[in-house]
Design a protein around this ligand. Structure first.
Ligand code: 0RA
Length: 646
């Protein structure tokens, strides 16, 4: 190709690339889900995924992530470096193709085993399109190469900027404020949890994260290093660290079935909860899918066969159901699928049929061996299953009661509920309020047109430690179900929530801003997380934020939500203001509660979201379980406002 042609070609291709890139900027949510906190963090995962791919291909073992002072992100790996030579078809460097062509990915490297990919698997070019600035630096074959971009537009052709002995790729990007209007601030814990998860899911890789925005007392940056030799086995120990195991160690397997790499790890604990976590290509599939069905099938058939042969079921008067085999079970299934088909509401349900039998076979083999080699553990597990089956009978009756009540509708509403007059659920809010006295204030302060109040008595049941039938028999919990209009399927294998009759689209937890209040809020959240998770996932659950102080001087009066705000107001008022500390909602009158906490015009509601389901599960089991020391440590670390992000 002549120089002239090359130039023309460069131009033409650039225009095509730009069209794709422009589309990303026009419809960012199509590519990264949303342009809020979640999408912002997604950008990091997308870049890290490319490095993970390089590691899975066997060329890289270390990935470093920095949150820089200006909330830009740097991701560095020690892989082969993205090629910088001319890409024949595109007429520009391969690096530029990867960075500016939507869906280019590692396409030109057919041999590489590409399985990773973010939730949407859109590639680093999307990150580039959505960044006000991005710098790609490649250390490769002795030279350092660099190219920069602004909002996805190439600033100059790839150039060599020096020599190097190092090998790898470094990407630094700063998300575009034009796109991410809500927030540009990265949350360290969110990123760190994902890096930890990736280290467990891809054993052998070292991933570090450094937050350069702040230093601690010793003048050091917040830093963590994640590395797992045993992968899922260690992941289970980490997840279940706050639960009490009933067998000696984690049961695990790693292998390939019908060309599908399958990894499984599981343990039984004394709790009554089932905790299944599944991943496809490192993506958490929280709607489950064919791999999870395979796991269930393998588990049920193998354990049932063993239990039948053991004679332990002979005296049992009823059938054992699939659920019974999973009480107190924590398990992780991770598969790598070349062309995953994602289905479901949030596109996190695996659809590939061939995966079911691969996982089912893997699990059966693993378990058969284990049960044979560990007869004592095998007996313990079967005993646990029998107990679960007995409890299930009681639970079923209780659940049917919840359902019957709900189906009755209006007539069955709990007496304590002060309902609103509006009928359109989209416009309705319900406040779950701790205690009858605060409930009374809220009832006076509310706008009865669209705000309902449900007072809850003291501390609601800790569902983390209760058997299912106790949960469904509990009066406060039944009141929540009926007030919200939510019911549950009674079929054993379809305990699906029915949200069609949800009566309020905003469910607001309103508790005192103190230790007891936080505890109650956490109990309620635990209940929602374990029994109404879809309610959280569909964005219906919120936490109210009552003020901590009233600052008064003369006729000036302002509320403060933190010590810092209080001091600032005091200063603004010229000092020596009268400061009232609100110890609870009960100390506010109806008007104050409305002004600060309930009036949609002035209040701040914190929407409850689940960033990372696996991590949320671990934190709830820690906060609400039996072990005290880890809980104390967590509370000390997150004192005042424990931001659980769950
Ligand atoms: C395709 C081919 C080659 C390297 C990569 C992709 C690669 C991509 C990324 C993205 C982040 N880090 C990366 N590291 C490597 C090289 C093929 C070769 O050298 O023969």
């Amino acid at each position: 190709m002549s120089e002239e042609n090359k130039k023309a070609n460069y131009g033409a291709d650039n225009i095509q690339a730009l069209e794709g890139m422009e589309h990303v900027r026009m419809r960012p949510s199509m590519y990264i889900g949303d342009v809020g906190t979640r999408g912002l963090h997604h950008l990091v995962y997308e870049v890290v995924d490319n490095s993970i791919d390089e590691a899975l291909a066997g060329h890289c073992d270390t990935i470093d992530v920095w949150i820089n002072e200006d909330n830009s992100i740097t991701v560095k790996d020690n892989g082969r470096g993205i090629p910088v030579d001319l890409h024949k078809k595109e007429g520009v460097s391969a690096l530029e193709v990867v960075m500016t062509k939507i869906g280019a990915g590692g396409k030109f490297d057919k041999d590489s085993y590409k399985v990773s990919g973010g939730l949407h698997g859109v590639g680093v070019s999307c990150v580039n399109a959505l960044s006000e600035h991005l710098t790609a630096t490649v250390h490769r074959e002795g030279k350092i190469w660099e190219q920069e971009y602004e909002r996805g537009k190439t600033l100059y052709p790839v150039k060599s900027i020096g020599d190097t002995d190092y090998r790898g790729t470094i990407v630094t990007f700063k998300p575009d404020p034009v796109i991410f209007k809500q927030t540009l601030e990265y949350n360290y814990d969110t990123l760190a949890s994902r890096m930890r998860e990736l280290a467990f899911l891809n054993r052998g890789i070292t991933i570090t994260i450094t937050d350069k925005r702040e230093t601690d007392e010793k003048g050091e940056f917040l830093f963590e290093k994640f590395h797992s030799e045993e992968g899922l086995k260690e992941f289970i120990r980490f997840l279940d660290g706050n639960r009490e195991p009933i067998i000696a160690d984690v049961i695990s397997m790693e292998g390939e079935k019908n060309d599908i790499p399958v990894e499984v790890a599981m343990i039984y604990n004394t709790s009554f909860n089932e905790n299944l976590h599944s991943y496809v290509n490192n993506i958490n599939t929280h709607e489950g899918g064919t791999h999870l069905s395979g796991f269930r099938r393998g588990l049920t058939t193998t354990l049932k066969k063993y239990a039948d042969a053991s004679g332990m079921l002979d005296k049992l008067k009823f059938e054992i159901s699939g659920d019974d085999f999973r009480e107190g079970l924590t398990a992780i299934v991770s598969v790598k699928v070349a062309e995953p088909q994602f289905e479901g509401q949030t596109k996190t349900k695996l659809g590939n049929r061939e995966v079911t039998s691969a996982v089912s076979q893997a699990v059966s083999e693993m378990l058969e061996n284990y049960l044979e080699e560990h007869p004592n553990d095998a007996k313990t597990i079967v005993q646990k299953v029998i107990l679960a089956a007995q409890a299930r009978h009681a639970a079923r009756k209780a659940r049917e009661m919840v359902q019957r009540k709900t189906v009755m509708g209006g007539a069955g509403l709990p007496g304590k509920l002060s309902d609103c007059s509006e009928q359109d659920p989209q416009k309705c809010e319900v406040f779950l309020v701790e205690g009858d006295s605060a409930g009374g204030t809220a009832k006076q302060g509310r706008d009865r047109n669209f705000q309902a109040i449900l007072p809850l008595r003291g501390k609601i049941l800790n569902v983390e430690k209760a058997m299912q039938h106790k949960v469904f028999e509990n009066e406060e919990i039944r009141n929540i179900f009926t007030a919200l209009g939510v019911s549950i399927g009674t079929e054993e294998d379809s305990k699906e929530l029915n949200l069609e009759k949800l009566r309020y689209h905003k469910i607001v937890i309103m508790c005192d801003a103190d230790v007891d209040g936080s505890h109650i809020a956490t109990l309620i959240l635990t209940f929602f997380f374990r029994y109404m998770r879809e309610l959280i996932e569909s964005g219906h659950v919120y936490i109210a934020t009552p003020p901590l102080y009233l600052v008064k001087k003369g006729n000036k009066k302002e509320y403060a939500w933190s010590d810092k705000e209080r001091d600032a107001l005091n200063k603004e008022f010229g000092g020596s203001a009268t400061i009232q500390r609100y110890k609870g909602l009960g100390e506010m009158n109806a008007e104050q509660l409305w002004d600060t906490t309930m009036n949609p015009e002035f209040r701040t509601l914190r929407q409850v979201t689940i960033d990372n389901g696996t991590e949320a599960d671990r934190i709830f089991s820690m906060l609400m379980g039996d072990e005290v020391p880890p809980r104390r440590e967590f509370i000390e670390k997150n004192a005042v406002y424990a931001n659980i992000d769950a």
